[in-house]
Design a protein around this ligand. Structure first.
Ligand code: TRP
Length: 362
């Protein structure tokens, strides 16, 4: 079977380190293994509009930001097709047919949609488009016959919904759609990287994210103001790792080679953690280390981004080409879907013969 990777992001802001450890880094690694027959990376602007209907300008402005962040991280348009969701009308058509296979109560049970409704104070008036976005996401995934979808844990319900639609479709209309597998981040820290203030959700309005394009002094400022263990007051005090943002970030970012480079008195992260828990290791020292690690990780990304920023028309051209290529694939799937559902009247000679026979006297 063909191996196809697909994933995407809503263009509502620049991408941050949470996106990076949650999925972007993995995508680039997978891209570079050469194991995939096809890779599709979707800028999900239509999905972003499901809860930003009154703010299309925000979505429009952020398409280029997300594209630049992708390129900066090492997604290579020669290997990965980067596309803009709204420019592929086949996705809407697929969604429309999938809607017949999903119940309202099933959508109401989706935990991610539930919590997003709360977050946005939509309780009293949920936009229908927002409510049904898990169905549109199933269209995104199945249109490209994706077999692997690397995403964060919060996307698990979307993948479940997609699998159900695939099963239902295939059992009603015959084997047509491909079932995708979710690929979750490598550890708990990558799964849900907290904001620098220790709060679960990174958000622009809280000012608690480190962006991939962040300048070095900003990174440093944010690292040094990070939430640690509030009870770790004197250096001699034993410190706790639980909910300690600095250590969570180290779990997500630290590589073995950073110890000889930046903190040679420790062998590895386990040793550093043990010392912190025992007492005698100050927060400042750990923060200084984390700052060095993050600077080393983000510098090449920031520099590559600056190169791509020099030719914005070329980035749009890359997006146009990727979208065109992707549309061809989606159109093939849609044609399979319509044939399976027997709504391909004009391509179906059997149908015309049959109806002719019906009205021909024996
Ligand atoms: N829902 C995803 C997010 O909020 C974005 C997305 C849209 C996506 N379509 C997708 C992810 C298809 C994976 C596959 O991050």
């Amino acid at each position: 079977m063909r191996k196809v990777m697909l994933t995407g992001d809503r263009p509502t802001g620049k991408l941050h380190v949470g996106h990076y450890v949650g999925s972007l880094r993995r995508r680039v690694e997978l891209q570079n293994t050469g194991d995939f027959d096809d890779i599709f990376i979707m800028i999900a602007d239509a999905q972003a509009l499901t809860d930003n209907a009154d703010n299309p300008e925000k979505v429009r402005q952020n398409i280029i930001e997300v594209a630049l962040d992708y390129l900066a991280c090492g997604l290579d348009p020669e290997k990965s097709t980067i596309l803009i969701q709204s420019q592929i009308p086949e996705l809407c058509e697929l969604s429309f047919y999938y809607m017949n296979l999903v119940t309202v109560s099933r959508l109401q049970r989706n935990p991610t949609v539930k919590s997003e409704i709360q977050m946005r104070n939509f309780e009293a008036s949920i936009p229908v488009g927002f409510f049904t976005y898990p169905i549109s996401q199933a269209a995104d995934i199945t249109a490209f016959k994706a077999t692997v979808v690397p995403v964060g844990e919060d996307q698990m319900p979307m993948l479940e919904q997609t699998k159900e639609i695939v099963h239902k479709f295939n059992s009603v209309y015959g084997e047509t759609l491909v079932e995708p597998k979710i690929l979750l981040p490598e550890n708990q820290a990558c799964m849900r990287l907290p904001g620098t203030d220790g709060k679960a959700k990174m958000s622009k309005s809280l000012g608690n994210c480190i962006y991939l394009s962040e300048e070095p002094d900003e990174i440093k400022k944010k690292v040094f103001s990070m939430f640690t263990d509030p009870n770790h007051i004197r250096i001699e005090d034993p410190g706790s790792l639980e909910g300690n943002t600095v250590f969570t970030y180290l779990d997500a970012f630290c590589r073995p080679e950073y110890f000889p480079e930046f903190l040679p008195e420790y062998e590895n992260l386990d040793e550093l953690k043990a010392h912190y828990q025992r007492g005698g290791l100050g927060d400042m020292k750990v923060k200084r280390f984390l700052n060095n690690v993050l600077q080393a990780e983000l510098e090449p990304i920031r520099n590559r981004r600056k190169e791509f920023q020099k030719d914005i028309p070329a980035v749009y051209e890359m997006l146009r080409k990727g979208t065109e290529k992707a549309e061809k694939v989606a159109a093939e799937t849609l044609s399979d879907v319509k044939a399976a559902m027997k709504i391909n009247y004009f391509d179906d000679e059997e149908l015309i013969k049959m109806q002719t026979a019906k009205y021909t006297e024996a």
